[in-house]
Design a protein around this ligand. Structure first.
Ligand SMILES: [Zn+2]
Length: 485
């Protein structure tokens, strides 16, 4: 060791000997971010994300009892590589062997569900590869390979899934949807299943809707204290519209439901219309859109309004007709919550204007717009403080963050060696104050003429900066979110 020059691994010329993959066990490979490439006599060539880290090299040497010759690999390439060879590595893993030897589909499925729930997965993906069936979990938004089982029991597994989720077992050529309830150590968990016919056979995705996720308190979502106070004031108004924005997968539904739980459920009539209803809740009347029978958002909302509700929750505003009904309801004594698929707060206003809704209706009904993203939380047990590099200083300036230190993921037992555990929100929030109302009435256009100092506004950069400084989220994750908006 002690080299001056460390070669860089290029993803186009990955070259490794699959026979020696076992030299570094999977857990160690994850933790040290290292994988073995090939072995020459007593020397092992290892690709690492931190080849200059002598402690890691030392540990690798101890694990393998070989001299380590490091090669640098990019973080992204490392992840890709590990995922690619993981299935092969998994063959040496005990839990995988156990799954292979499980004789029945029931055992396989039970094992899968137990593992997925204990690892806090949001969904299970059963996918057909050439030689085996791959199982992947989505945990904190990221796909993770969990193992595989042989083709010989696949049909049985799929039949079992279809049976318990109320699908037609004999129908194999068309996609199907179903659901079932799973008892996980005494607490009931709702699962939604989709099966898809693929060219290799039927695949399945099982979504795990653990209602514990939405029975959390508002302050566990990631809203900061100052904003939370203001938010609680606004959600307790008797009328008006509160919009939650963000792309798919940004946690809008969770925010909506957690918010609703804070309202005085016993004293208010709360009706929700969604497509589909993701969670079943007490004390809230939930209606599911069903286009097959002509029940869409518009007709559903009209019916809801006739039933004299106090609070209305609209799964998503997708067109101008739904938007119009939402605004009218918000102007006539109802508190309305809805999600809208836009990427900034201000563009939510433009979207409503584009839908040809009158400016006065928008100005008078809107109370608040939140635009949010779900970001992985660093494991607080093992995150490490770092100085900011010159390159990062540039990037930080570019996106408008204000930070003096950062934390990076490491990996420990608490976080499954991932360095991350759970997710939190970064968000921007725009309260519709008198100034903004006037601006909307006068006709705002592409931010021109808006004096941001006169807005009641919290920027996503501000929120993200605080969370980075406190070691809650990583700079790299934040940059990828801020760049996309
Ligand atoms: Zn950790």
């Amino acid at each position: 060791m002690g080299k001056d020059y460390i070669p860089q691994l290029n993803r186009d010329n990955f070259c490794f000997d699959t026979n020696i993959v076992h030299l570094i066990p999977v857990q160690a490979a994850r933790r040290l971010k290292a994988f073995p490439m090939f072995k020459v006599n007593k020397k092992l060539v290892v690709a690492l994300t931190e080849p200059e880290n002598l402690e890691k090299l030392d540990e690798l040497s101890k694990i393998t009892s070989l001299d380590i010759s490091p090669v640098k690999v990019d973080e992204q390439d490392f992840t890709d590589f590990l995922n690619e060879v993981y299935l092969e590595i998994e063959f040496n893993d005990d839990s995988f062997k156990k799954r292979l030897s499980s004789s029945s589909a029931i055992e396989v499925l039970d094992g899968l569900l137990e593992e997925a729930i204990s690892r806090r997965a949001s969904d299970i993906h059963i996918e057909l590869l050439e030689s085996q069936i791959s199982i992947r979990f989505r945990i904190d938004g990221e796909m993770t390979i969990s193992g595989a089982y042989p083709y010989s029991i696949h049909e049985e597994v799929i039949s079992r899934i279809k049976l318990i989720s109320g699908m037609d077992i004999s129908e194999k050529r068309l996609p199907q949807e179903g659901k079932f309830v799973w008892d996980a150590n005494g607490s009931e968990i709702d699962l939604r299943v989709v099966t898809l016919p693929t060219i290799r056979g039927e695949s399945a995705v099982i979504r795990i809707l653990d209602s514990k996720n939405i029975k959390r308190r508002l302050n566990s979502l990631g809203f900061e204290d100052d904003f939370l106070k203001r938010y609680r004031e606004l959600i307790n108004k008797n009328q008006g519209l509160i919009l939650i924005c963000g792309p798919t997968g940004s946690g809008k539904t969770t925010t909506l439901y957690t918010t609703i739980q804070e309202l005085k459920l016993d004293k208010k009539k709360i009706v929700a219309i969604e497509d589909p209803c993701e969670y079943q809740l007490d004390k809230i009347t939930q209606i599911e859109v069903d286009k097959d029978i002509g029940l869409d958002y518009e007709s559903g909302l009209k019916a809801i309004l006739r039933g004299d509700p106090d609070v209305i929750l609209i799964g998503e505003i997708r067109n101008s007709e739904t938007a119009r009904i939402a605004l009218e309801a918000a102007l006539t004594g109802h508190l309305v919550f809805a999600t809208l698929h836009t990427t900034t707060c201000i563009s939510a206003i433009y979207r409503l204007l584009e839908m040809k809704l009158p400016a006065y209706m928008i100005a008078d009904s809107l109370l608040l717009i939140i635009n949010q993203r779900l970001v992985r939380k660093l494991c607080l047990n093992c995150h490490q403080k770092r100085e900011i590099s010159e390159i990062n200083k540039e990037k930080i300036k570019e996106v408008g963050l204000d930070i003096s230190k950062i934390f990076i993921p490491n990996g420990c037992r608490k976080c499954d060696n991932k360095g991350y555990r759970g997710r939190t929100l970064i968000f921007e929030a725009l309260v519709i104050n008198e100034y903004l109302k006037k601006s909307i009435l006068l006709g705002i256009n592409d931010n021109i003429g808006i004096d941001f100092d006169k807005l009641e506004y919290i920027s996503m950069e501000h929120v993200a900066s605080e969370k980075i400084e406190n070691g809650i989220i990583s700079l790299s994750d934040t940059l990828s979110y801020l760049k996309e908006t």
